[in-house]
Write a protein that binds this ligand. Structure first.
Ligand SMILES: N[C@@H](CCC(=O)N[C@@H](CS)C(=O)NCC(=O)O)C(=O)O
Length: 222
């Protein structure tokens, strides 16, 4: 960051929020200067009137860039991509772009909902067995798209890698065995070696605390 240049972009997040981490990783990968502002979800800070003015749906992430507010992780990622194009996280070749977008969408529409059973259910439950079958199908698809490339964008690290990577690293930390998919295992390792990943990944203790928090929060809201 250049000295004396005021930081225009405010990033509201929680370090253990996987959806905020998508944006956090993109900001670091794109080398965008930002002011990090933690919203303490555990203390209900997201329900404070000041935060609700930013996001009436009380979620992180939110960014305010030079006074312009954006909510929703996917909208934020698209905004950052156009506003800060110097380090691009989307390919321009149509086929590669389609692959990256498919990975993004499949992560949101198919993979996201398989994570909760891994957090909530006991090892032998029917729900967990079903989630694992679904995850296997999704990873099979990712594996086919990835082929022997480094990333879903070929040599280029992309938004597809951020979205899918966030979810896949999480399921593997929650105990899902990736070893049937050798290219996905190598890609997962490649992601963990990236600086942005290392700066944003929760350690084992933080992850356990987050899992406990999610379990309690869901119990309360049911
Ligand atoms: N669709 C939103 C969802 C964001 C979301 O659910 N954030 C969670 C943290 S991962 C949150 O802020 N939860 C607190 C709450 O809803 O009160 C996005 O992609 O940005």
């Amino acid at each position: 960051m250049k000295k004396g240049v005021p930081i225009m972009l405010k990033f509201y997040y929680h370090p253990l929020s996987p959806l905020a981490r998508r944006v956090w990783i993109a900001l670091l990968e794109k080398n965008i200067a930002f002011e990090p502002i933690i919203v303490n979800l555990k203390n209900g800070e997201q329900f404070q009137p000041e935060f609700l003015k930013l996001n009436p749906f009380h979620h992180v992430p939110v960014i305010v860039d030079d006074g312009f507010r954006v909510i929703e992780s996917l909208a934020i990622l698209d905004y950052l991509e156009i506003k800060y194009p110097e380090i691009s996280l989307l390919p321009s070749n149509p086929e590669t772009l389609a692959k990256v977008k498919m990975v993004q969408m499949v992560t949101c529409t198919e993979l996201g909902s398989q994570i909760l059973p891994l957090i909530l259910d006991s090892e032998d439950s029917i729900k967990i067995a079903k989630a694992k079958r679904n995850i296997k199908r999704i990873l099979g698809f990712f594996s086919e798209i990835l082929e022997n490339n480094n990333y879903f964008g070929g040599q280029q690290f992309t938004l597809g890698d951020i979205l899918a990577g966030n979810a896949v690293v999480l399921i593997s930390k929650l105990g899902y065995d990736l070893s049937n998919f050798t290219n996905i295992t190598a890609w997962n390792q490649r992601l963990l070696e990236r600086e942005a990943w290392q700066k944003t990944q929760p350690n084992k203790e933080q992850l356990d605390r987050w899992v406990k928090f999610i379990r309690e929060w869901l119990k309360k809201s049911n």
